[in-house]
Every structure is written in C-alpha cells, then in structure tokens.
Design a binder for this molecule. Structure first.
Ligand SMILES: [Zn+2]
Length: 935
C-alpha cells in the first residue's frame, strides 16, 4: 500500500514541485543480471541465472536470418532449414536431437521448437534439467550443431519436402490467403511482399540440395548468431563452456552483407481490398507507418515508447466505450502501436464493422482518432492511465525473481535483433515516475499530432462479396471530411471517481470456526452465514492470490429450452459491468488495480474464479460480494451481445472449421438433439435476456452452496477480517444442490463417414475417436495419458517422418469421472486428400500394435519422464496449491502424496498400457469422419 500512496501523492505535486530533471540523452539503465559477451568469431552470447523453476534451464539460438534474405529461387528455404535442424546434425544424426531431449522429459512442440519469420529464425529448448549429469553439455552441443553442424543429407532433405508441403496445406485458410494478398500493400511493394516464410511449393518440390546448403553456409554464421542460456545455472561455468565450444567455429570469409530491407515512405495512401469465399465478415486496418530506430536507446526512447502505449490505450478505451452501445457501427475497434518490420513500426486503427456498415464504422473510428488529434486527452484519462502503468511496474518489480524464462529471452531477442536495451526494471520505473511527474496533457496531445501524419498511410480492407465494401475513393472522402469537420467536439469524461462498493451497505458477519488441517497445511473457516472457505498460504509466487468457488449443479439442472440462454450467462455478466457500474465505468473504477473475477456455468458446476495481487485482495473480494448481492444485467449489453452473435453466425457461414464441428455434432447426435444444438438463427432466437437473468439468479443465489478456496501470497491475519466483511455478510439459504446425469449418447455405436465440403485449397481432415465406459482412478488417468502420448510419438514417426503425409497428428484423451465414468481418445490430422486411406490404415495399425503389446520401452520412458518432470515443475506455481485444495476437499485425495502421482507413474509397465487399451477398445463406440474437398 505504501508504494501506491507515493504514486498518488506524486500526481498531486506534479505541477507544483519541479521534479528531477530528465536527461533525455542518457542511455537506459541496463539489467546487470544478464551477462552478455561476444566471441572473437562474432558470435554473441547471453547468460541469465534464475531459479524461477528449480533445476532447469532454457537454451536458445537466435539467428538474425529469415526469409527476407532468400533469393527468388530460394523462397521457403529459410524455413526448410529450420526443419532440417531436427533431421540430423554432426553429433546427433537422424532424429538424435529430439530423441536425446525427449529422454529427459522434454516434449516436442512444447519444450522443443523453432520458428522462422521474415527477419529471424529462433530455436528453443525449454526447461531442460540441469541436475542430470552431462545434460548441460549436451544441450550446448545441440546449440553448437545448430550453429555449425547440420548434416543436410540428400535423403533427409527429400523426406522433409512432404512435411513442409503438408505444413503449408494445414496453414492454408481464408485468413492466410487474405494476409498474403495484403502483403504488397502492407510492405509498400518491397521484398517482404514476396517472402512469406512458408515459401513457394514449386521451390520446395524442386530445389537442388546445393541451394539449401548454400543458404546454410551463407547465412548461418557467427556474426549473425546469438545463443542464450537462461535458468538455474552457474553463469561463469556456462560462460567457460560456451567459450570452449563455440570459439572453435570459424567466422566465414567475405560474408555477404546482411541488409535490412527498408520500407519507403508513401505520399498517397496505400490501399488494398481483399476478399475470400471462406471469409464472410469484414475488417478494416488503417495504419500510419512510423520510423523505427535501431540505434542505441536513450531515455528519450523510453519516453516515446511509454507515450505510444498511453496514447493507444486511451484511444482503445474510447473505442471500446463506443462498441458497448447497441447502435455502434462496429463490433469492436482498437488502436495500437506495433512493430511492422525490422526498420518500421505502425500506428493505427483496427476495426471490425457490423455487416454492411464499413463506411460508417470507418468514419466513427476515424472521428475518435481525430477528436484526440484535435483536442487531446482529459486529465482524468491520463491519471487513470498513469495509475494502470504504475500498478503494472510495481507488480512486475515485486515479482522480479519470478520472471519466466520466456520474458527474459524476449528481451534478449529484442536486444540482439533490434538493439533494444535490456533494462533494469526498477531503475526504468524510477525514470517512468519522473516522466509521469512532469507530464502535462499537452505533451501527449502534441505527441499524437506527430503520429498522425498525412503521409505513410495504409488502408487494408477485408471485404465481403456482395457487400458495399469500403473503396479507396470513399475512404479518402471520409478522411477528408472527418479531418475538416468543425463540428467535432472534445471527449468528455462524465465519470466521477468512486469505489466499487460506495453506496452499498454491508452487514459484517463472523468467522464461527477455524480448523487447521495438518495434512495439507490448510485452514478451513466456517462463517456465520454457513459458508465454508478453505485457505492456504503460499508465496511460491510473490504477490499472487487466487480465488475459486465451486458449486455442483450447472447446466444439468436446467430445462433443455434454457440451454442457449445458459450458454450466454457468463458473456452477458462479463459485459454488463458490476454493482452500480457498467463495464466502461467499472474499468475506470478498477484502473490501477490488479483484481479480476469471473463467473461460469459448465455442464455440472457453476464457478466463480478470481485473481489479484496482494494489495488488491480486498477489491477481488468486493467483486465477489457484488456478484452475489448486486450482479448487473444491462439491456444495452444484451443488444450488443446479440449483435456480436449475429456477426459470428455470419462469420461461421464460410468458415470450414465450423462446418466440420457442425458435421461431427450432427453425425453423432442428429440434427435436432435439444442438448446438442447447432449454433444457428433459431438458437440465437432462443436466447433471452430475462432467461439469462433468471438462470444466474437461480445458480448464484446461495453462497453457502459453494465451496470457497483462497490461496496465495496473503496472510491469514489480513484475510480474516476481509472474509468477515465481504463473505460472511452474504445472504445464504440452507438449500444444497447436486448435479444430475443429463449426458447424451451417440446415435450409433460406429460412425464412419466421408463428408465433402467446398473449399478454396483442397485438404483432407481426418478425425478418429473411440470411447467406452471405464472406471475412473488416478492410475487409469496416467495409463490413458501414456497411451495418448505413445500413440502420438508413433504417429509422428510414421505419418510425418516416414510418409511425409502430414505436418503433425494430434491425439487427445480424457478419462471422465462425472456424469458417467468413461474413457475416450481422439486422433486428428490434416493431409493430402489422396493419402487419406493409407494414413488412416496406419493409424489403426499403430493402435493395434499397442493393443497387441508392441510398445517401445523408449517411447514409454519419454512419456513417463515428462510426467515426473511435470509433477515437480507444477509445484512452482500458485495454481498447484489451488488444485491441491480442490482435490483434497472436493475429490477427496491429497495431491502432495507420492502415492497419488510419482508412485503411480513409476509403476507403469508396458503390459499395463496394453491391458488398458484392450479393455478400453473392447466393445467401444467409435467414429471415423474424413472431410474432403467437394469436387
Ligand atoms: Zn515449419
């Protein structure tokens, strides 16, 4: 609380006392914890010690190389090369890289991955154990091989062509086609327009081996490479190892210059209209390109970045306010300032118009921008934004030791690729406070005027066939009229600062009993109104508090006719605000606070969950209090919700993914199943405001029928009076509810069907599933998961690596306890329509193999080791303690005990999985649905 007071008093004195002088040309304070060095060969390294997760480290190689460096005949090779890093290196031939890491519990695509962009290629190995002998050296050796040891054999190159083509296929959709179509406009006809990282399939099919090897030699070189090691390590030891291993790599002679492609200025507005048969709603992006400096940063840059964020966020709030009115011409709109390319940023508007209202939507959003350009921002808006950023910095600094690896890596990447300073956050905040102290509304106003230039404008419209799409001429006329509009008036902020509960009478109750539970070190409070609250302190994550309340019942107690309204309760409540405030004002009341709370109704439960920082626990509990005594149902919000739903209905019409969802549902449950209804016009008509209200009042009318859990960095002494004030004061009844079994069965036991859909780019999508009655137990949960992961490894090996038939197959599984005990699993992949039969038969063969006991011990070990690693790592988060409380008090077991996890995992033998799969597949229900392009 002390910190917050300091900030508020700063506002008061800002204009009377002269703050410390800002030295705008000073360099920014550097985070001294990040060790940065450059080897003689030009390779840069970064090392950072953190035990945010104990006994693991993350290893990255950042290549300042992307598709922008490809020649015309190399389009797609930067990305192809990225794949080859997992297909044989000097010290890890074949699939050696993956195999080695998987043996230590790392999971491909989760812990091990890579990406290729226009200007960079980045490889990662996350959370690799540091307490396993030799594994640090092995991990560094992999980085070394990625830098300078790819084998790029003919056979592996040829095998990968199919995988890349399938990756291309699975990424093809309406949004992707529109994105590609907009590139020349977005990047002003520079080379970027021709360098989609996925490349050209004609190149992928036909390139000569040498072309790829040349690209590797020309661009993967020490002066364009950085490695980063972040984790529970010894900095000096790592530095010595890096020196020893990487200094040997020779710098290449006469390197080709790594140019940065500049996007030239444009005087006239660039315009693009794109349309696609599968996209049936429009959007408009109006941006103004801004210069981006790659020079060393100074305090002036920090100030500029802060102003960019403040201006965008204040404009976004104004746009959001408009979208919350039923007659708004857009569904949503926002303002942002973001990176466009290596040497360019962009500032502007993103608008999602309602159907056939593009012109009005564009005009309204542009008016808001121009209103701010003409009149600036109000003091109240600025004060709230300052409160938001001050709270952000304070929270971040209080948790500095918990900064996750990826955030550190992110700042390292920006430092290496774009020369951004890796700042010391506490010192940065001192500067920011100083900037705030001297900030006058005029500063932000002047700043925005500079951003809003007449040059470098880009308008990209996604149109809809048959609609009145925003043309270039119309847009120019609108812009001209809005800019000259003398009737435009300043924004007014009618909101007067009040607190969440002002005007609400709260009659405090009492804690009537307090029982300590030694087994899990928790406390159970019974309150005078009958409520039960289970609490456990943990500061494993500093300044983080979680809250959850759960009550059985959910949708299972509702009539079928009420289900469409029930599905919208959480949405409407979220949009309506809380207590006396609509959602616009609620955001204002909560500015500078970190507290959230949301309700939801699922099949068998209704829940309220929340989170806050330590200082804002009271606010979180106030929100919870209001959710019971003064929920808000706003008719205007309901109209907005209806508009949004109509819009998403239109959007679904062309979208293939939704068509597939609906087909699966119809095949399994029929067209008119009242419990599994399709989202259509009729469904929308059945959603009613009054019904939503009554469902909420019915589900959330008795706080004593919920079990409450609070865990995190809040002491018992602080919490107790808050519980008495905000929870013990809630009205309650004696009524208790249970869930009902309302589950729906499939119409047929076996469902085999090909479904033909019209599509722009032909691809097949295969979905295969099995389900059966099955006894629920923790042991069976692990057996099913192991089966799922082993099958996924097998399908990766066969469908992807051997057949080159798919970019990847996913397997999902679930063992459910309620309403019926059952097990199910589900295989999903996209592929070339010509290969469906072969790939489907491979899936069945692989399932059969496991059923017949052919289980590779190595596959099983990979899965089990990753579960053991998970059990350990979960404990580093507050969320683990929440699960512990829930499982203990609701499910009746202690998650901390080895017999409920580690012992079960260690005991799993291949035969157990075989038996499990046999039992599960015996007389199971199944479906096999294949989507193919209609001729
Ligand atoms: Zn890829």
């Amino acid at each position: 609380m002390k910190n917050l007071l300091t900030v508020f008093s700063l506002f008061l004195v800002a204009y009377t006392v002269s703050a410390q002088e800002l030295k705008l040309n000073d360099p920014l304070p550097v985070n001294q914890k990040i060790k940065k060095g450059v080897l003689k060969n030009g390779l840069t390294y970064y090392i950072y010690k953190t035990d945010v997760i104990k006994n693991v480290a993350s290893y990255y190689i950042i290549q300042n190389v992307g598709s922008i460096l490809e020649n015309d005949d190399q389009q797609g090779l930067a990305h192809f090369l990225e794949h080859m890093a997992f297909n044989g290196t000097k010290n890890f031939p074949g699939k050696g890289v993956l195999n080695t890491l998987q043996k230590h519990g790392a999971v491909f695509a989760k812990d091990i991955n890579a990406y290729t962009a226009f200007d960079e290629t980045v490889y990662n190995m996350d959370n690799i154990p540091t307490n396993v002998d030799g594994l640090i050296d092995t991990s560094l050796l992999i980085l070394h091989d990625w830098a300078d040891g790819l084998l790029l054999t003919d056979a592996e190159i040829d095998a990968e062509r199919g995988v890349i083509k399938e990756e291309w296929r699975s990424r093809q959709n309406g949004d992707m086609r529109l994105f590609k179509n907009s590139l020349p406009t977005m990047f002003n006809n520079t080379k970027y327009a021709e360098r989609m990282p996925i490349g050209l399939m004609s190149v992928i099919d036909n390139f000569k081996y040498k072309a790829l090897r040349d690209f590797y030699h020309d661009w993967y070189r020490t002066d364009l490479q950085a490695i980063a090691v972040v984790g529970d390590i010894d900095v000096e030891e790592i530095e010595q190892k890096i020196e020893k291993l990487f200094a040997k790599i020779p710098a290449i002679q006469n390197p080709i210059e790594r140019v940065v492609v500049n996007i030239p200025d444009n005087a006239a507005m660039l315009y693009n209209l794109g349309m696609d048969k599968e996209i049936t709603t429009s959007n408009i992006s109006f941006t103004i390109n801004q210069p981006k400096s790659l020079k060393d940063e100074t305090v002036a840059d920090l100030k500029e970045a802060l102003f960019n964020k403040m201006v965008s966020s204040m404009l976004s709030s104004r746009l959001k306010e408009i979208a919350q009115k039923p007659d708004a011409s857009f569904v949503s709109a926002s303002c942002s300032y973001q990176s466009l390319a290596r040497a360019k940023n962009s500032f502007g508007l993103m608008i999602y118009p309602k159907p056939n209202r593009q012109q009005q939507a564009f005009k309204t959003a542009l008016e808001e921008l121009n209103r701010a350009v003409k009149f600036g921002f109000t003091q109240a808006e600025i004060d709230r934004t300052i409160a938001v950023y001050s709270n952000y910095y304070q929270t971040k600094i209080s948790k500095i030791d918990q900064t996750p690896h990826f955030e550190i890596i992110n700042s390292i990447q920006k430092n290496y690729l774009e020369n951004e300073t890796m700042t010391d956050l506490a010192k940065e905040y001192e500067l920011v406070k100083n900037i705030f102290a001297q900030l006058a509304p005029k500063d932000l106003h002047d700043f925005l005027k500079k951003l809003y230039t007449a040059e470098n404008r880009v308008l990209d419209v996604t149109g809809v066939e048959g609609d009145n799409n925003l043309s270039r001429e119309e847009a120019l006329t609108i812009i001209n009229n809005v800019e000259k509009d003398t009737a435009l008036t300043a924004y007014t902020d009618a909101f007067v600062g009040e607190t969440l509960t002002s005007g609400i009478e709260i009659k405090e109750g009492k804690i009537v009993s307090e029982k300590n539970n030694k087994e899990i070190n928790a406390t159970t409070f019974v309150l005078s109104n009958g409520m039960v609250v289970n609490y456990k302190f943990t500061d494993i994550e500093k300044n983080n508090v979680l809250f959850e309340a759960a009550s059985f019942g959910g949708n299972s107690l509702l009539k079928d006719a009420d289900l469409p309204s029930a599905a919208m309760v959480s949405n409407l409540v979220g949009m309506s605000g809380l207590g006396d405030y609509n959602s616009t004002d609620l955001a204002k009341v909560l500015a500078g606070k970190s507290a959230k709370s949301r309700i939801s109704i699922s099949e068998l439960e209704e829940t309220i969950s929340g989170m806050s920082t330590t200082k804002d626990v009271e606010t979180m509990l106030q929100m919870l209090h209001l959710q019971f005594v003064k929920p808000r149902f706003d008719e205007d919000s309901f109209k907005v919700l209806q508009n949004n739903l109509e819009n998403s209905l239109i959007r679904r019409k062309g979208d293939i993914a939704y068509k597939m969802e609906d087909s699966v549902s119809t095949i399994l449950y029929g067209f008119d199943n009242p419990k599994k209804r399709l989202f259509d016009e009729k469904y929308l008509k059945d959603i009613s405001f009054e019904k939503i209200k009554s469902i909420y009042q019915d589900r959330f009318n008795n706080a004593a029928d919920f079990v409450f859990f609070i865990t995190g960095d809040v002491s018992k002494e602080v919490l107790k009076p808050l519980l008495e004030k905000y929870l013990a004061s809630l009205p309650t009844t004696k009524k208790k509810e249970k869930w009902q079994d309302n589950s729906v069965t499939w119409l047929n036991d076996t469902n085999k069907k090909d479904v033909f859909l019209p599509m722009e780019d032909p691809k097949a999508t295969v979905r295969i599933a099995f389900k059966n009655k099955f006894k629920y137990s923790l042991k069976n949960t692990y057996l099913l998961k192991a089966f799922q992961d082993i099958l996924e490894l097998r399908l990766m090996e066969t469908l992807r690596e051997q057949e080159g038939g798919t970019y990847g197959a996913s397997v999902y599984s679930s063992l459910s306890k309620r309403p019926k005990e059952s097990a199910s699993f589900y295989v999903y992949f996209d592929c070339n329509p010509d290969k469906v039969d072969k790939l489907v038969s491979i899936v069945h063969q692989e399932i059969d193999k496991i059923k017949n006991g052919t289980i590779d011990k190595e596959d099983l070990d990979k899965a089990l080791i990753s579960y053991l690693k998970d059990v350990k790592e979960q404990k580093e988060y507050t969320g683990y303690q929440m699960n512990l409380l829930y499982d203990y008090f609701i499910e009746g077991y202690n998650r901390d005990e080895a017999k409920n996890n580690v012992d079960l995992i260690n005991a799993i033998k291949p035969q157990d999985i075989q038996k499990f799969v046999q039992l599960m597949m015996n007389n199971s229900q199944s479906f096999e649905i294949v989507f193919k392009p209609a001729k």
